[in-house]
Design a protein around this ligand. Structure first.
Ligand code: ACO
Length: 346
């Protein structure tokens, strides 16, 4: 009888072993936030707002702002050094660097290339991913695929933002919400762990204009007129964004749990995108999350977009809130619109 499954004609030439999947774990995390603190009281001096309004509507009390000369890649590099140290990996061992950001240092080269140079990861390829506030979870899934397929051993995934460069400091609707910072995760196979169990991702480009920076790209290059009209700053329909964020973060989390056949009670730590306490509360209560399961640091940093969940993951790990073997659920939402969910065994 002939063999029903003949051997493939070609081997995947980049696979170092066999082209079969393997698990991918986060073996180190790190984060960095700039020193300068901007409090709600400071914002009261800048626009017509109040600490009471900001706290009750958003849960944010203060945020960090990068120094003038401090760039997204500077913050990403520092977060990366800390993550590599925790993972016990040298920069030369990194095969690939993926940076999720909407505030690259410049249109090109990619911020990931600038990070590669700054940390001395001379053997790594490097590129950026843009999925706004969902960026880190999207980049995590991309990095996971490279490790799972055995083409790469060590992948550094970073979420980093200098949102203060895109914030209109005259617009009280948005300037109270955002902050700067970076987080990084080292991905590699660890035999004793299930690692990243699943990532769900989604997008709705039809709602892109509800949260965007209208100019500065190829559609509307910078001009005297675009600057005059303040089109290089974040524009947001807050109410629509709020509604969509709750719905999408909820369904992403539910899908991720269902794929893993997990119930929310089996999750030790839930890390939602840190955009607004009311969004977090709405998602948390509908998911049935108990207060002790939820990790929130939004009050200190505001919304740091792609850096948000990875800064939170780092703080939760270093603060002892997440221990080896714990299950972590992340759920995110951002401009695009984009959204995602991830379940990770730490
Ligand atoms: N201080 C005082 N008043 C303000 C401020 C402020 N900073 N900002 C807005 N207001 C006023 C508005 O002008 C409005 O006044 P009006 O009724 O006279 O027009 C009033 O407050 C109420 O405005 P709403 O938009 O209804 O306020 P809401 O309760 O929706 O809260 C907020 C606004 C906080 C922006 C909320 O809609 C929200 O959080 N949306 C989601 C935003 C978000 O999370 N975006 C990011 C998610 S994706 C990503 O991370 C990129």
């Amino acid at each position: 009888m002939s063999d029903p499954t003949p051997a493939p004609r070609f081997q995947n030439p980049r696979a170092r072993h066999h082209f079969t999947s393997r698990t991918c774990s986060v073996t180190g995390v790190g984060s960095y936030v700039p020193e300068r603190v901007l409090t709600n009281a400071d914002l009261e001096q800048m626009v017509d707002t109040s600490d009471e309004w900001i706290t009750t509507r958003t849960g944010i009390r203060e945020r960090r702002l990068a120094a003038d000369q401090e760039t997204t890649s500077d913050m990403a590099a520092e977060a990366s050094r800390r993550a590599l140290e925790m993972a016990g990996v040298s920069a030369e061992e990194v095969d690939l660097i993926i940076v999720a950001t909407v505030t690259p240092d410049m249109p090109f080269p990619a911020t990931a290339c600038l990070v590669q140079e700054k940390i001395g990861a001379r053997n790594a390829a490097a590129f950026d991913v843009e999925a706004a506030c969902s960026g880190f979870v999207f980049a995590l899934e991309i990095g996971h695929q490279f490790v799972a397929s055995r083409t790469h051993e060590v992948v550094l995934v970073i979420g980093a933002e200098k949102l203060s460069a895109l914030v209109d400091w005259q617009d009280r609707n948005t300037c109270v919400l955002f902050g700067d910072g970076a987080g990084a995760a080292v991905l590699r196979h660890r035999p004793d762990s299930a690692g990243l169990l699943t990532v769900t991702m989604g997008a709705d480009g039809g709602k892109g204009s509800l949260l965007c920076v209208p100019a500065g790209g190829a559609a509307r290059p910078a001009s005297v007129e675009s600057v005059r009209q303040r089109l290089h700053f974040i524009r947001m329909d807050g109410r629509e964004t709020f509604k969509n964020a709750v719905q999408a973060m909820l369904s992403a989390a539910r899908e991720a749990l269902a794929r893993c056949e997990l119930d929310i009670s089996q999750i030790q730590c839930v890390i939602p995108h840190q955009a607004n306490q009311r969004i977090i509360d709405a998602v948390g209560s509908r998911l049935g999350v108990k207060e002790e399961q939820l990790f929130v640091n939004l009050d200190k940093y505001g919304n740091t977009s792609a850096a948000s969940v990875v800064i939170a993951l780092d703080e939760a790990v270093r603060g002892g809130r997440i221990k080896r073997g714990d299950l972590v659920l992340m759920t995110v939402f951002g401009g695009g619109f984009t959204w995602g969910g991830a379940v990770l065994e730490w």
